[in-house]
Design a protein around this ligand. Sequence first.
Ligand SMILES: C[S@@+](CC[C@H](N)C(=O)[O-])C[C@H]1O[C@@H](n2cnc3c(N)ncnc32)[C@H](O)[C@@H]1O
Length: 259
Amino acid sequence: MVRIGAMDFALGGGELDMGHTAIIGAMKKTSPAPDPASPGGSAKPSVKGKKVNKAWLHDHINDPYVKLATREGYRARAAYKLKEIDETFGLVKPGQLVVDLGCTPGAWSQYLRRRMSPQGAAVGEMNGTIIGLDLLPMEAIEGVHFIQGDFREAEVLAQLEVALGGQQADLVVSDMAPNLSGISSADAARIEYLVELAIEFAQNHMKPEGALVAKVFHGGSYNDVVQRFKAAFRTVKPFKPKASRDRSSETFLVGLGLK
Ligand SMILES: C[S@@+](CC[C@H](N)C(=O)[O-])C[C@H]1O[C@@H](n2cnc3c(N)ncnc32)[C@H](O)[C@@H]1O
């Protein structure tokens, strides 16, 4: 995990999915540039690190999903991961209540919002409720109720419960990715914990026929996380969208119908 300005990005385990304009802006503002080879970033990036950054930036700028996101007005290429998951499993419908965990910079919420608009519009009429939550701030998205806070904290969960107003969600999506320390056992435990909390949230606040989509990572705690999903949901499907880079160990678990 490297830190660029106020944003945390996972390089390797997770992904940097922002549009390239935002990234170049963030990188220009911040010196030194992030070092993907050094989790946690480095005060003095190595020459090798700079080369890695250049290569990574080149790949990113030429990425078809980054170009598409820029063209279609999405804040991050991540939108196309949720789009593909939705198109495969038919999850998002107008009128639903959807909770978006780890929503910043907001591409998944933008996608959800468009799906709930009669013409797929980014603004204007919308039929449904979207509640987004993230540790980091998020630029407002019309029609999306945003809560800033750490999902692991009880007070933040309480805020989310207030926003739900006693209603149950139809769909919970979690793209949460923790800050990685580079110590694999600690990182696996952090990832597993966030997924466990998302499952618990779905069990307590989602309709029995609802669905949970959660980002998980291969290796480490993957098998345990799958078992936790299987204990909670009637059907569990692993899914790696094309928009998720091959080199990334991230994948998604889709849990359909609570047990
Ligand atoms: C890959 S990004 C999400 C991208 C988002 N789905 C989108 O489409 O723009 C992962 C997010 O998870 C958030 N996150 C990580 N741990 C969190 C926690 N404990 N509580 C809330 N958000 C968390 C991070 O701040 C980060 O913004």
